[in-house]
Design a protein around this ligand. Structure first.
Ligand SMILES: [Zn+2]
Length: 177
């Protein structure tokens, strides 16, 4: 793949977020009453997993600390471990649900690094050989919305089926004990 970090150039469509125009969507999204509305697929103690509403591929998620951190070195040991385990969890869930051939995972740090939202987040993008993009050939908006809802259901179910997974009010909670 030529452009390793291209998959997450478009990070989040802010108009779909519950945040005010000037607010940070990644701070307000986990506070929403309905996880499905805002596409939160899983939560851990210090971070949450958000389905990207402008995905490079179906299943494209971001592991986001609840705390508004902009610099990677600012993350505490606990937050680092928690976020890393959430990424592991996302990969496991996607393997079960979507059978990808590979993954890209990484962060865009700072505007020159491609980041459009400064609240630190780590992308996890499932990849398939050839990455056949069916969305391009049909009505784009409609298909993306349907694909997001379908992906949300498939992924939350897979995450709930993993060891320690459980469903509760449409969130998938798990603990790292
Ligand atoms: Zn924030």
């Amino acid at each position: 793949m030529d452009e390793l970090f291209a998959p997450w150039r478009i990070e989040w469509v802010k108009r779909d977020s519950p945040a005010d125009a000037d607010g940070c969507p990644f701070c307000s999204i986990p506070e929403a009453a309905d996880a499905r509305d805002v596409l939160v697929v899983a939560r851990s103690e210090h971070s949450y997993l958000l389905l990207n509403n402008s995905p490079y591929n179906p299943g494209h998620v971001m592991a986001i600390p609840y705390r508004h951190v902009t610099e990677y070195p600012e993350l505490t040991d606990e937050e680092l471990l928690d976020q890393a385990r959430l990424v592991q969890r996302a990969i496991e869930g996607m393997r079960q649900a979507m059978n990808p051939d590979g993954f890209n995972t990484g962060c865009n740090l700072g505007r020159d690094g491609g980041g459009s939202i400064d609240h630190l987040h780590r992308h996890v993008v499932p990849r398939w050989a050839g990455d056949t993009n069916f969305m391009a050939v049909i009505d784009e908006t409609k298909v993306i919305v349907q694909a997001l809802e379908e992906t949300y259901d498939v992924l939350t179910a897979a995450l709930a089926d993993l060891p320690d997974g459980r469903r509760e009010d449409e969130h998938v909670y798990f603990s790292f004990v």
